[in-house]
Write a new protein. Structure first.
Ligand SMILES: CC(C)(COP(=O)(O)OP(=O)(O)OC[C@H]1O[C@@H](n2cnc3c(N)ncnc32)[C@H](O)[C@@H]1OP(=O)(O)O)[C@@H](O)C(=O)NCCC(=O)NCCS
Length: 166
């Protein structure tokens, strides 16, 4: 199987949003409910929002392709307060989960952090997202703290912050 990881291209933004909707609608309603799932999709996975991020150049978007088909993606950026890289998004198509592709994108992000001199990669994950928490533990992350964030619309993100030393 030919697996590649490449930067997200402008012409692939719409397909990435489709993939995000597929993963989120399958995975998140049982964790945060349908309303919050749709609210967060509308906030984050609109092509114009992602194109604006790409144009600003403040974040890395990585797309993983299997035989030229996009099956997973990640994004990361330098965290504000500390000298850390934030793994902000990590999603694998449902039928391709648990096969190591998430781990490949984590490794790719950690390599970048190392090359750029960030000693820590951090992320936030919903406290009830047990499979993702297990995946992050497997790939070397530990829970540092809890974090509750108001995201508007009457919704909160009730997360753990996890970190991995590089
Ligand atoms: C979480 C996620 C990114 C992990 O990527 P992945 O490619 O599935 O995971 P990997 O194959 O690299 O790692 C395997 C580990 O992940 C966990 N895991 C992944 N899928 C799992 C599943 N269906 N059931 C149970 N554990 C699972 C396990 O800890 C597993 O370790 P094991 O093989 O020892 O059981 C991916 O499953 C995903 O996109 N999930 C839905 C969206 C999500 O929660 N994203 C993270 C947001 S913070």
């Amino acid at each position: 199987m030919n697996v590649t990881i490449a930067p997200l291209a402008d012409e692939d933004v719409d397909a990435l949003c489709e993939l995000a909707r597929l993963v989120w609608r399958q995975h998140y309603p049982s964790i945060i409910g349908t309303s919050q799932t749709e609210y967060m999709l509308a906030q984050r996975y609109v092509p114009s929002v992602i194109r604006a991020e790409l144009a600003a150049g403040n974040a890395w978007w990585d797309v993983l392709c299997l035989e030229k088909e996009t099956i997973a993606f990640a994004s990361s950026f330098p965290a504000e307060a500390r000298h850390e890289m934030k793994l902000d998004k990590l999603y694998v198509r449902p039928d391709q989960q648990h096969r190591g592709y998430g781990g490949m994108l984590i490794a790719h992000t950690c390599e970048r952090a190392q090359q750029l001199g960030y000693p820590i990669v951090m992320l936030a994950v919903n406290k009830r997202n047990t499979k993702a928490i297990a995946a992050y533990h497997k790939h070397g992350f530990e829970i540092r703290e809890a974090s509750v964030k108001d995201i508007g619309g009457g919704f909160i993100m009730d997360d753990y912050v996890m970190t991995k030393s590089i």
